[in-house]
Ligand binder design. Structure first.
Ligand SMILES: Cc1cc2nc3c(=O)[nH]c(=O)nc-3n(C[C@H](O)[C@H](O)[C@H](O)COP(=O)(O)OP(=O)(O)OC[C@H]3O[C@@H](n4cnc5c(N)ncnc54)[C@H](O)[C@@H]3O)c2cc1C
Length: 353
């Protein structure tokens, strides 16, 4: 079988790149082995403001300009809703935070999103002594449903192969790519934290962060906006909410933990007062890079191998734009911005592969 591209991994990165390839009418095959869960468990939130410091997210405006139409196209194509738009309410913990909010809401980059008034409305079940700051144009992509439906779609195009990509079986001697029965021009690795097993790219400095989330049912809580306090409380409808997420740098397993559950419950108790039941706990590893920027580009020696990784904590917003930039780079030779190009780490030693 001859194709132009082989993709390894079908999380948000793999989906975004496969979408570009389909639009460009390029042939491809996707390998996916369910070894990572990040894109499937993600809260799926997109939000252009860093809610700890009230600063703009890196390239938020231009990312959203690509990301929102990207998800809308899939909605139209598959006849489903994946983009659930809502406001985000930040619970202030002190007067000082309100003041910081006012200052930030005045800034040109933030004013389209941040409502400059304090919201004093009360909501049964939520503690809000100092009121809320309201953020507009935020929402949640239902990444789990989107990925599942897109897999079904690409299965119908006969491009999905549900197996682990075996790096040892890769033959690069011809200058192109031979992999088992496949001849291709390029391989694009979209493996998330799976990159740590990839002999061609595992030297790159990923500082992956495990995250855990709870899904709860709280029959007495009635909010249709995202609440951000010690953790986020994200409305799923019918009194179901996601609560998350934890950040753990040492544990690299995908297992859910009692400690993660307790941490989330304690943080939730700091601002939510109504009873709830836990219906699910999930965990994943965010592919975060040391400098918090994506990792894109080609291998320095084997230029037929490319990497699409480093989406960190914000894959929903970042992936569609980065997929376009990587494609332009691979197909037209358009240079990648220095801050996302994996060559920024080239002086840190290359892999032996
Ligand atoms: C708890 C938690 C909450 C999060 N919340 C949000 C949020 O609210 N908003 C947001 O934007 N982001 C969020 N994120 C981050 C987001 O999930 C990531 O940025 C994004 O999912 C990364 O996508 P990816 O495709 O690069 O990696 P992954 O999702 O890890 O996908 C990689 C894929 O490659 C496959 N794979 C790996 N190696 C191989 C191999 N050798 N062969 C075949 N297949 C392979 C894996 O099975 C996997 O499907 C969250 C993450 C976590 C863990």
């Amino acid at each position: 079988m001859e194709v132009e591209y082989v993709l390894v991994g079908f999380g948000l990165a793999g989906l975004a790149f496969a979408t570009v390839l389909e639009e460009q009418q390029k042939s491809f095959v996707v390998f996916e082995d369910a070894s990572q869960t990040s894109s499937n468990v993600a809260g799926g939130v997109y939000n252009p403001v860093v809610l700890k410091r009230f600063t703009p997210v890196w390239q938020a405006k231009s990312q959203l300009e690509v990301a929102l139409p990207f998800y809308q196209k899939w909605e139209e194509k598959l006849g489903k809703t994946y983009d659930h738009k809502f406001d985000t309410y930040r619970i202030f913990s002190a007067i000082e935070e309100q003041n910081n909010w006012f200052l930030a809401a005045d800034k040109p980059l933030l004013s389209p999103y941040m409502d400059s008034k304090v919201i004093w409305e009360t909501y049964p079940g939520l503690k809000s002594k100092y009121g809320f700051g309201k953020l507009q144009h935020t929402g949640r992509i239902d990444t789990k449903s989107l990925l599942s439906d897109c897999k079904t779609y690409f299965e119908s195009q006969q491009v999905m192969r549900y197996e682990s990509f075996d790096y040892e079986a890769l033959d690069l001697s011809s200058g192109e790519v031979t992999y088992k029965d496949i001849k291709a021009k390029r391989v694009v690795f979209c493996e998330g934290y799976g990159m740590h097993q990839n002999p061609f790219f595992k030297h790159l400095p990923m500082q992956e962060v495990k995250g855990e989330l709870l899904t709860i049912q709280a029959p007495l809580l009635e909010v249709d906006f995202l609440v951000k306090a010690a953790v986020f409380l994200l409305p799923l409808g019918n009194h179901y909410y996601k609560v998350g997420a934890t950040f753990h740098w040492k544990d690299k397993s995908l297992a859910t933990t009692e400690a993660g559950k307790k941490e989330l419950q304690n943080k939730l108790a700091s601002f939510m007062t109504v009873p709830y039941t836990i219906v699910e706990q999930s965990a994943g590893i965010r592919p975060t890079v040391k400098d918090r920027r994506p990792l894109l580009g080609v291998h320095p020696k084997h230029t037929q191998l490319a990497l699409f990784n480093g989406l960190g904590t914000r894959g929903v917003m970042i992936a569609p734009k980065m997929a376009q930039e990587l494609y332009q780079h691979l197909s037209e030779g358009t240079p990648l911005e220095e801050e996302i190009d994996l060559r920024r780490f080239s002086n840190k030693g290359e892999s032996q592969a």
